[in-house]
Design a binder for this molecule. Sequence first.
Ligand SMILES: [Fe+2]
Length: 387
Amino acid sequence: MHRELDFTPRVIVGADARSRVAQEVKNLGWLHILLVSDPFNEKMGRTSEVVQLLSKAEVKVSVYADVTSEPDTDMVENGLKQFQTHRCNGIIALGGGSVIDTAKTISVLATNDGTVKQFMGIDKVPKPGVGLIAIPTTSGTGSEVTRVVVIADAESKLKMSGRSRAYVPNVAILDHKLTISMPRSLTAATGIDALTHAIEAYVSRQANDFSDILALNAVKLIWGSIRQAWHDGSDEDARENMLIGSFQAGIAFSNASVGLVHSMSEPLGACFHVPHGLSNAMLLPAVSEFSVNGAVSRYAQIARCIDLADGSMGEEDSSRALIDALFQLNRELEILSPRSFGIDENSYEEHIEKMAIDAVTAGSTTNNPVIPTVDKIREIYHKIYYD
Ligand SMILES: [Fe+2]
């Protein structure tokens, strides 16, 4: 069997790396770009900074800053209209995973005839999209380097995911200074999302030599800096490690798959609007506890690489140390449970059956070290409600 590895071919990393954006646009030969962003980054003056940098280089810019934290088909179509009306020939995404996913989907629709829905699923995009430069302002989804997008249907509100190499951006600009303004709760949720990508990629049934190296290194970077980034958001070293860790975890899972945490997280988002990072964080310790017996040596290896265990400890004890540490991390970073997030107990109970069925049939579930039954998933949803 052949493996295909896809990731963003050009990456610029470092403090103030965003100042390189005009040079990159010039290299790509773009004359008019669509800048996709969100109201927060617009308010922070970041979109206007990019417009100024590009204007100096005589590149025209149309700003589309209407993306919310739950991007849907309408947002993609409105962005596409703007791209076409202004005859743009390239796209820059400036924002978190929602903004980058929207921009990736606009890019694909600009060159392929069809609807958003038609390009969801696996390998459904026939032609490459128009060029895209991704500038993340959060450290979590890794969308700047993955072939994955998640877009909701504007009518049904159902989230759809697409996975195709056409979604991989051309350039990623990793400037950790853009992540400094993230509040604590977002730092925790997006950081644990990135940690989940790294752990799930490493224990995945699709794990390979290439993804393993990046997954373990990402765990090291994120584990070593997440507490500091949460305690002191202005710590530049911690922010840089989180952004690079998130990027590496993105490559790892994009090429090895995620697992049951993500399968169970999506229904929580769909039914109760729990943001993606937070629902993953709610689930990571309990799902890892369930999955550990399917990959004890791999969980033990993760524990050793972040010094939770040493060579003298057996694999069982080492992997247990990791699970305990994941529960502890959630407590330290004040991760909410579904109950403390405000989900009504009766409503949660009513939805559990459907959520469990959706999770068991999700694409990533078969890559988990242990394949769960619907009953087991129901049990985990119950367990995390009160955590
Ligand atoms: Fe994720």
